[in-house]
Ligand binder design. Structure first.
Ligand SMILES: [Zn+2]
Length: 245
């Protein structure tokens, strides 16, 4: 019997029969898989601890016709929320967005998985600005699902946008400079454009050094929401807990 060893995040669960459940796991390399975990609803069962949503696990799996099955596994990390209850809203959003963004055939490469791991671990840092982490996460998700937003060069003349304001064309997902603007674009201060460009490439480990005002963060959230709506099959329900709608 061949076992597949995977490391992944438990995205969500669904009850199956009385004591079993199906869990969807986003794994490094092989992507999103569904696992039928027998007796995992019983707290005494060994699968119970490795099938809790929002945790990071390592599993040995057997591949069946419709599902993977757990041979054995270990819990790598499960976040502790004592003292920071709002984290659960952000974490719910994080996992729901991942679940929507990826289907069972998508490959999750090593770099992206590492990025997710870093974001996940940041939830436990008390002084972290969670809105900031989510904006960085959204921009990265957009890239992963193939959205080629461009915040630097004007769509029409290819010049770098400069001055105090630019425009953003959502249908082109591209900035447009003042001279090339066609009236249909969304006006946005270049200060915001610069922050978004920076957040799109920033290393997660330097998040603690970044300061963005709440007002700017709200504005960036508005832009990200439109881009997510354009690029995802549906929007996460949990966005409403974050003031999304
Ligand atoms: Zn231009």
């Amino acid at each position: 019997m061949e076992l597949i060893n995977v490391k992944g995040f438990v995205l969500k669960e669904q009850t199956y029969k009385e004591n079993d459940k199906i869990v969807w796991i986003l794994c490094e390399n092989i992507g999103k898989i569904s696992v039928l975990a027998k007796n995992a609803k019983k707290s005494t069962n060994s699968s119970f601890v490795v099938t809790q949503p929002f945790s990071l696990v390592q599993l040995n799996l057997k591949k069946g016709k419709s599902f993977h099955y757990i041979f054995d596994g270990t819990l790598i990390k499960n976040l502790d929320f004592i003292g920071c209850r709002d984290s659960i809203f952000y974490l719910t959003y994080f996992f729901e967005l991942l679940d929507i963004a990826f289907s069972e055939k998508d490959i999750i490469d090593r770099n992206f998985f590492k990025f997710l791991l870093n974001i996940f671990l940041m939830f436990e840092v008390p002084e972290i600005n969670k809105n900031l982490i989510m904006r960085i996460f959204e921009l990265r998700i957009l890239r992963e699902v193939g959205c080629n937003f461009e915040f630097e060069y004007c769509y029409y003349c290819s010049n770098r946008v400069k001055g105090s304001v630019s425009y953003f064309d959502f249908s082109l997902q591209n900035v447009v400079c003042v001279s090339c603007r066609k009236l249909k674009e969304f006006k946005v201060e270049n200060r915001i454009i610069n922050i978004m460009r920076f957040l799109g490439t920033v290393n997660v480990s330097s998040i603690l050094k970044i300061k963005v005002s709440d007002e700017d963060m709200d504005f960036i959230f508005k832009i990200n929401k439109v881009l997510l709506e354009q690029n995802l099959v549906k929007m996460p329900n949990s966005i409403k807990f974050l003031g999304g709608y």
